[in-house]
Design a protein around this ligand. Structure first.
Ligand SMILES: [Zn+2]
Length: 293
């Protein structure tokens, strides 16, 4: 039993968390732990002022993230899984400088190398990949979708999940992405929609796995759609650890806090909170990424 008196005392996983050696770094991870957090999915954050231009630079950048994960494990005894990938915004920046062809090649190389790290059990998935989140026009979206199609084909081959960074056109985005998954035989379940909103109904998600960014209203949206959910969902902050914008995003303590809130809401609705929270924080992460080793 991980639930007593309505409080969850089991594992708590934040599915999309960044760290930065120039940011709060280990202190941010400690905040997460002190609030009750146990598991982080540390997603690679590119250095937008210094984007890699060849394979060696890509590897070196990933190794920095691996090292931060190792330090977080040893310093705070947290379980940290790593997700590596290029980021669609990085591709946009490089497209402006290098053109579609060269930027596209670098993007695909970055995914290939991320998959190598997965094969070596240093990472558990590819991300974030997908589409720019701001309005970029039809031509750019077409290029981005073409790359994403190729990337999800590679992820299928390698049998690894992908964390997707997408535009926020709600159901339409989800529908388009689900079609891309189907076109290469990549399971929609393995397409983890990062920074998803709280509507987790199947008609809305089209079977992508929502990683809900748990802002103020998220719990209300989750419980309103939970009856229509299939396949479960995850919770995240998208914590940026950006020293220039310290308060711009949700803080490291947010997932633990919202987990307790969700627990109360579920109990109030007569839903099995123990089973739901176990699925969010244990079973679904294990199914997507493999058990933590
Ligand atoms: Zn992110």
């Amino acid at each position: 039993m991980n639930l007593s008196d309505g409080r969850w005392s089991g594992p708590i996983l934040d599915n999309h968390f960044h760290l930065d050696k120039a940011g709060r770094y280990l202190d941010a991870a400690l905040d997460f732990k002190r609030a009750g957090g146990t598991d982080l999915v540390l997603v690679h954050k590119p250095d937008f002022n210094n984007l890699p231009l060849n394979e060696d630079e890509i590897r070196r950048a990933y190794e920095e993230t691996i090292e931060m994960a190792e330090n977080t494990r040893s310093e705070h005894d947290l379980r940290v899984r790593v997700v590596l990938g290029p980021h669609p915004a990085a591709w946009m920046h490089q497209t402006a400088e290098l053109g579609y062809e060269v930027a596209g090649e670098l993007h695909i190389s970055s995914v290939e190398i991320a998959i190598e790290f997965c094969d070596e059990n240093l990472a558990v998935g590819v991300g974030e990949v997908g589409r720019p989140h701001w309005d970029v026009g039809e031509e750019v979206i077409q290029h981005a979708d073409q790359l994403l199609t190729e990337i999800l084909g590679m992820c299928k081959q390698a049998n690894v999940p992908a964390q997707l960074h997408l535009d926020s056109n709600g159901e339409m985005t989800n529908k388009e992405i689900s079609k891309i998954c189907d076109s290469v035989g990549f399971p929609r379940f393995g397409a983890i929609h990062h920074h998803a909103d709280g509507n987790i109904g199947k008609n809305y998600t089209h079977g992508l796995t929502s990683s809900v960014v748990v802002g103020r209203d998220a719990i209300k949206d989750i419980v309103n759609s939970i009856w229509q959910n299939e396949g479960g969902f995850l919770m995240e902050t998208d914590y940026m650890d950006d020293p220039r914008r310290p308060g711009a995003v949700l803080g490291p303590k947010t997932v633990p806090k919202r987990t307790q809130q969700l627990s109360s809401s579920l109990i109030g609705m007569g839903i099995d909170a123990e089973a739901t929270l176990s699925a969010i924080h244990i079973d679904l992460p294990d199914a997507l990424y493999g058990e933590y080793v």
